[in-house]
Design a protein around this ligand. Structure first.
Ligand code: NAP
Length: 286
């Protein structure tokens, strides 16, 4: 089975390397062509300058790019010439509506679609330990399981197309609450004059321990916020969550607050920093 990957950002790079280790990657495409050329040289795979040409050359097309419109434009570009029977897996975080639209565009060409957003951060992408929540036909998932296995430690089929993204929205709402709690608590610890390396160490081992504290606690306490997960991307996800919540009349106040906080940080030019940059607002003036 030949797989091609579209999108070599913070997540796509690690995914590509793990697919290569499993002998499954044959092609890459990236909007900024130099990134695709450099990685193709390293991994000895083909770099394409047109996503439609990549799609024609493989059995499975993986997409991991920024936002809803980006995914729809790539799917629209590859659909006219895609081979019937090709399976397109979108691992980006977008809305369930976008997943349904992408599936409909591809169905006209007898190609299948799975929404398979991931959790686990750039570390998970690098180490092949991502978790993925999949929407789409169970049969299609069975066929592409070796491809997903190469990048993930856990694959859960959630139901029809869109259910993977709906599950990822649950994850993003939880992530907002966790980052609010961790950044606020660490800013408090710092104001108490505590040794923050010891705070992160001891709390990580107890009942309040969590991935974000363990992986971002020390760096944020040191005032460094390299991505990671760009806060502008989490802002995009939470806007999707707000829209979905509105449709069911549910309040998500922690996410609403996080959206406002991110907008403040983005206005100050910190949109490309990791979500742990929320700590900037909590710690107050330096
Ligand atoms: P990133 O580092 O910002 O990379 C974004 C990638 O998307 C780049 O390869 C970019 O190409 C490409 N892209 C953007 N717009 C495009 C378009 N219109 N057409 C073609 N390619 C386009 O982002 P990332 O962190 O890898 O995240 C990718 C997706 O995974 C996002 O949906 C994000 O929400 C999700 N995600 C991220 C994390 C994380 O921890 N980072 C975790 C889980 C899920 P260029 O190189 O040309 O800019």
């Amino acid at each position: 089975m030949k797989a091609g990957l579209i999108g070599l950002g913070a997540m796509g790079l690690g995914m590509a390397r793990n697919l290569t280790k499993a002998g499954l990657l044959s092609a890459v495409y990236n909007r900024t062509e130099s990134k695709a050329r450099d990685l193709a040289d390293e991994l000895k795979v083909n770099a394409y300058t047109d996503p439609a040409e990549l799609a024609q050359a493989v059995d499975v097309v993986l997409i991991c790019i920024s936002a809803d419109q980006d995914v729809l434009s790539v799917v629209t570009a590859i659909a006219p010439s895609i081979k019937p029977g090709t399976i397109v897996i979108d691992m980006s975080t977008v809305s369930s509506d976008t997943a349904l639209q992408a599936a409909a565009i591809l169905a006209e060409r007898q190609a299948e679609f799975l929404d398979a957003p991931v959790s686990g951060g750039v570390e998970g992408a690098k180490n092949g330990t991502l978790v993925t929540m999949v929407g789409g036909e169970a049969d299609a998932l069975t066929r592409v399981r070796p491809v997903l296995d190469a990048m993930t430690k856990r694959i859960v089929h959630m139901g029809p197309v869109g259910m993977g993204q709906a599950t990822k929205a649950v994850n993003q709402i939880m992530c907002a609450g966790i980052s609010q709690a961790v950044t606020e608590a660490l800013a408090f610890g710092r104001a108490q004059g505590l040794p923050m390396d010891k705070v992160v160490d001891v709390i990580s081992g107890g009942a309040s321990g969590n991935w974000f504290l363990e992986h971002r606690g020390l760096t944020m306490a040191q005032g460094t916020f390299a991505p990671g997960f760009k806060l502008a991307l989490h802002h995009k996800d939470l806007k999707i969550c707000q829209h979905m919540a509105e449709q069911t009349g549910l309040a998500i106040p922690l996410s609403d607050k996080t959206v406002k906080d991110y907008e403040q940080l983005m206005a100050q030019g910190f949109g490309d920093e990791d979500i742990s940059a929320l700590y900037r607002l909590k710690r107050g003036r330096e």
